[in-house]
Design a protein around this ligand. Structure first.
Ligand SMILES: [Zn+2]
Ligand SMILES: [Zn+2]
Length: 1013
């Protein structure tokens, strides 16, 4: 035998090894560069990549999103779209800082400042460099095609300048303000946290639960009783709130509480809450300086809950959002007990320096000593923690910079209405968020972040700098040392006040990290930039990390807005929101036309993945143990509106399906090599004349059309589902039904199968880029060198009528198999007759007979059905009472009449469908199956001739197994020896048997044996 036409395939694919080889080939041949060249100048498809934070190696969750991005970019590339492939990294902000702090063993802001901001900045950049390289490696291994090396890094000076410009615009429109308010605060990070950063950060916690007496000054021996879960806030108490409309009363021990909270107690002196307003009490910590001079009094508040506590609420305006607002309304003093790191100020005496948790125990002990503690226990509740460092949040009063959303809210809602969201409910979530969002708190008291360009002057003027050029123009000094637009260097550049001319210093705050990410549609595309600067994006900290250009405005016009973006659901309030926000500020429009969101990734049993639970999967482990294609199948196959259960178990399932496909290709390769079949790319589609070939061509057209529609809906899961159905038709119908033609080296069958396989590879290439390219290079001898360069298959309108017809045939066969398996008679045993009712399969009797190994197909009413009706006791028992027994016996004896609509008449009663249990089974000697309006009945009677044929099939099966065991090639001819007891069988069916097992001769000998002839 000469060199085979097609490279023979191994029995099964070794995914990880195959993928490494394909990656090496893409590299060597420059496949991606060729693809981009091929599409250059074509219609554009604009995609923006949401930045991944460069603070850890590629996480398994990230591979899901990256796969979806890659799938649709590859699909659009196959359709000829010119695209940008810019990957992005988030490079500054708390996440980076917290990682570096851990690495350096720093535990507070104080320690960072001691370490030195220059050194700290250098360490942060080092971390970004290290992790961006790891993220590149992981993403390439996943098969993602991006313009690696021309990425955007949000810490570049260009990016910072664009945010400055947006902030200046915001200031010009009078939306920027310094707020003095109570805010969620992370004591470890020493900064406030923005509302949109709180999503998903609530955890179950057990906190102290205290009931405390506040002695009333005008009513000796009487007290207010309050309930709190935050003992550390008690030293900041200034008031107690009651619901003015609720009823309050005095318990026997002198404690005043709400009547609704103590329904079983008899309360004395009951009166409305409004009558308690103005009473004064001795505060719990009047012995400490800050509260000593405060007049503590009862105030009215409509929001006082009657669901928990005592109906009297302790108010500490320095420690809570609502409390702070009440202080404004009621003219209460504000006591702030803890500093930025959450520790008590020195003025709090014996509490000074303690954290809020350390203080709790001391406070409880102190209250007990004073005799005002009623009860102390534990309370389980949901409580927010810092999403970066998991420290429980507290409330502090802070001066933070805000952007007002008053004028923007409606504009953002209007912009969102132009966006097409998949799944649609995520667009509604965005609307909900926009309707409820508060002003955007953009300032963080940190170090390695976007420096807010705010220079408030003592004269009252707020100077906001909008660009580096403006900074340089107005700088008083310090420009010579300005390495990057970043702390500490920028803090040494005061500017001249535009109003009074005095030098002004920058505020110390840096910006919310979502400003960095939200500006990307402008900073990376050169919005309002006059002249393009090659390599110009790589400025500041990004210098040397990227060769990305700073394009000009015409480029922005070409690529903005994005045709499509995709991120996980939580990005609705994060990246999608910040982009929308900034885009509406700058252009009044949405920055994207379509969004694909997706839900959460869980482990394969449906639990959250946690490092500490040992159920996380490392991306590298997944690459090495399942392979990227298998991962990508799981990601692409997941409906985006449901959580993905990811793991090695589901991976085995995927591998099995991929093996079925692999086997189909291998089947083709093996027989095509025997037949010397050599297809031409120029004659891709066969001119099919055989009905089965014609069907497969149409079936392939339908698969291409359906999968295309799936991709166009941004639902890769639909493509995967269509493929699974198609694969079943291909392998379990076409190939099975055509085996003999392949043995006979039938060129039409080979061409048809080749066409189907080649088109399938093109459709699957975006989802499974490795295995499809490997098989492409096996199957396509003179066409495009890679499936990724082959373009999208163009096919005719499928003949749906023909497809429906065969689908019906397959349904009948499937029911026939069910009936056979229920009968217990093995599939190899031929049977006499099958009756089919309810399916139009007249032209396909032969195929059905062959598939089910029956001699004759009869179309018509199935009379072999026996109807078994039993009473449904819960329904019928009450209705029939004592007569139930008689009815049951009559039903069992078959003494009933079947009526219209599934009703039955028995012993004069009419029974409704929900009053009976109906079973249709085969009569003695028949096996029946039905579904979707089709019923089949299999005649189970056997005679000697049928039994002998069954033996022949058994023998063929045994010999074929033997051939495989002995390692014969599929084309090897053999001499078959059978034992003497089979001579009658050979006399009757010898020719057929010989034909099926490729025997040139059948001899009778001692035992069954096969040898090459
Ligand atoms: Zn924190
Ligand atoms: Zn001034």
């Amino acid at each position: 035998m000469g060199k085979p036409i097609f490279q023979p395939l191994p029995d099964k694919p070794d995914h990880p090894r195959l993928e490494e080889e394909v990656l090496a080939r893409w590299n060597a041949e420059g496949t991606f560069a060729k693809l981009r060249e091929q599409n250059a100048g074509g219609p554009t498809f604009s995609f923006f990549d949401g930045p991944v934070t460069a603070n850890k190696p590629l996480g398994i969750h990230t591979t899901w999103g990256r796969t979806l991005k890659d799938v649709f970019q590859r699909y659009k590339a196959l359709r000829g779209f010119d695209q940008r492939y810019q990957n992005g990294f988030d490079c500054q902000g708390l996440w980076i800082e917290v990682g570096v702090e851990r690495e350096l063993g720093l535990n507070s802001k104080h320690e960072i400042e001691e370490y030195g901001l220059e050194r700290f900045a250098a360490k942060c950049r080092e971390a970004v460099v290290k992790y961006s390289e790891q993220l590149w490696e992981g993403s390439k291994r996943l098969g993602q095609w991006m313009d690696w090396g021309r990425d955007y890094f949000t810490f570049s000076d260009v990016n910072i300048e664009y945010v400055w410009r947006m902030l200046k615009t915001v200031h010009d429109r009078d939306w920027l303000y310094l707020g003095h308010r109570s805010t969620e605060w992370c004591p470890r990070c020493g900064t406030s946290i923005s509302q949109h950063e709180l999503i998903g950060s609530y955890v179950d916690r057990a906190d102290p639960s205290l009931f405390v007496r506040f002695p009333l000054l005008e009513r000796p021996g009487e007290f207010l009783v309050i309930w709190t879960t935050t003992p550390w806030t008690l030293p900041a108490n200034v008031a107690a709130a009651v619901n003015p409309d609720a009823e309050y009363g005095r318990r026997a021990n002198g404690e005043w509480v709400a009547a609704a909270r103590y329904p079983d107690e008899k309360l004395a002196d009951t009166r409305k809450g409004s009558e308690l307003v103005g009473w004064t009490y001795r505060g719990p910590f009047d012995d400490l300086a800050p509260a000593a001079g405060v007049e503590h009094r009862v105030i009215p508040w409509d929001e006082v809950s009657m669901d928990e506590g005592t109906g009297v609420v302790h108010i500490a305006p320095g420690c809570g959002g609502e409390d702070f607002e009440l202080a404004g309304v009621n003219g209460l003093p504000v006591i702030q007990p803890v500093d930025e790191s959450g520790r008590f100020y020195d003025s709090f005496g014996w509490l000074h320096g303690m954290s809020t948790t350390e203080a709790a125990e001391q406070i409880i002990g102190n209250l007990e000593e004073k005799g005002v503690l009623v009860e102390a226990g534990l309370h389980e509740h949901r409580y927010p923690e810092c999403w970066r460092c998991h420290t429980p949040l507290i409330f502090r009063i802070a001066d933070d910079w805000f952007i007002s959303v008053r004028d923007l809210r409606q504009q953002m809602l209007d912009a969102n209405a132009t966006v097409e969201w998949t799944p649609a409910y995520m667009g509604k979530r965005m609307d909900d968020w926009l309707n409820n969002m508060g002003d955007w708190n953009i300032s963080r008291r940190r170090y390695y972040g976007l420096p807010l360009p705010f220079y408030p002057c003592a004269c009252g003027h707020l100077n906001v700098i909008g660009s580096r050029a403006e900074l340089e123009e107005r700088a008083v000094s310090g420009l010579e040392q300005l390495e990057e637009l970043r702390r500490p260097w920028i803090d040494r550049v005061p500017v001249r006040c535009a109003e009074c001319g005095e030098p002004v210093e920058r505020v110390k705050e840096v910006g919310d990290v979502w400003l960095d990410a939200g500006i990307v549609p402008f900073s990376t595309l050169g919005w309002q930039n006059e002249t393009a600067v090659p390599g110009g994006y790589g400025s500041g900290a990004a210098k040397g990390l990227t060769t990305a250009d700073l394009p000009d405005h015409a480029y922005w016009e070409k690529w903005f807005p994005a045709d499509w973006v995709s991120e996980m659901r939580e990005q609705i309030r994060l990246w999608f929101y910040s982009q929308l926000f900034m885009s509406v500020v700058l252009t009044g429009k949405a920055p994207f036309r379509r969004v694909l969101g997706y839900e959460k990734m869980l482990d394969e049993t449906g639990r959250e993945m946690h490092g500490s639970w040992g159920n996380t999967i490392e991306a590298n482990d997944a690459f090495n143990r399942m392979g990227a294609d298998v991962m990508r199948w799981q990601f692409a196959g997941q409906a985006p509106d449901r959580d993905l259960l990811f793991g090695f178990g589901p991976a085995e399932e995927v591998k099995r399906k991929l093996l079925t496909f692999w086997n189909s290709v291998k089947f083709f390769v093996d027989y095509a090599n025997i037949a010397g079949f050599e297809p031409k790319w120029a004659e891709l589609e066969p001119d099919a004349t055989e009905p089965l070939d014609r069907w497969l061509v149409e079936r392939t057209h339908a698969f291409v059309a359906d999968a295309t529609a799936g991709y166009e809906r941004w639902l890769a899961a639909d493509v995967v589902r269509d493929f699974e159905a198609y694969l079943d038709d291909l392998s379990n119908w076409y190939i099975r039904r055509s085996r003999r033609r392949f043995w006979d080296e039938d060129a039409a069958a080979l061409h048809t199968l080749w066409y189907a396989l080649v088109q399938t590879l093109r459709v699957l290439a975006p989802i499974l880029p490795f295995i499809t390219d490997e098989l492409w290079r096996t199957l396509v001898l003179d066409g495009p060198e890679s499936v990724h360069l082959a373009g999208w298959p163009e096919v005719g309108e499928p003949d749906r009528a023909l497809l429906d017809e065969i689908a019906e045939v397959r349904r009948v066969v499937e029911l026939g198999r069910q009936a056979r398996s229920a009968s217990g008679i093995k599939l190899r045993q031929p049977l006499r007759r099958l009756v089919v009712e309810g399916a139009r399969v007249d032209g396909h009797r032969e195929e059905i007979a062959d598939e089910l190994r029956v001699k004759e197909i009869e179309l018509g009413a199935v009379e072999a059905v026996e109807l078994h009706v039993k009473p449904h006791l819960p329904a019928l028992g009450p209705k029939l009472g004592k007569e139930l027994g008689a009815v049951r016996a009559a039903l069992a004896a078959g003494e009933f009449e079947e009526l219209e609509g599934g009703r039955f008449r028995v012993l004069g009663h009419e029974l409704e469908p929900d009053e009976v249990l109906v079973e249709r089974g085969g009569k003695e000697g028949w096996a029946v199956a039905s579904g979707d309006g089709v019923t089949v009945a299999l005649d189970l009677a056997l005679d000697d001739a049928l039994l002998l044929e069954g033996e022949a099939y058994d023998l063929i099966h045994r010999v074929n197994t033997l051939r495989k065991e002995q390692g014969f090639e599929i084309s090897d001819r053999i001499v078959l020896t059978v034992p003497p007891e089979m001579s009658a069988l050979v006399d009757a069916h010898g020719e057929w048997i010989a034909d099926d097992v490729l025997a040139t001769e059948i001899r009778v000998g001692a035992e069954l044996a096969a040898e090459k002839s």
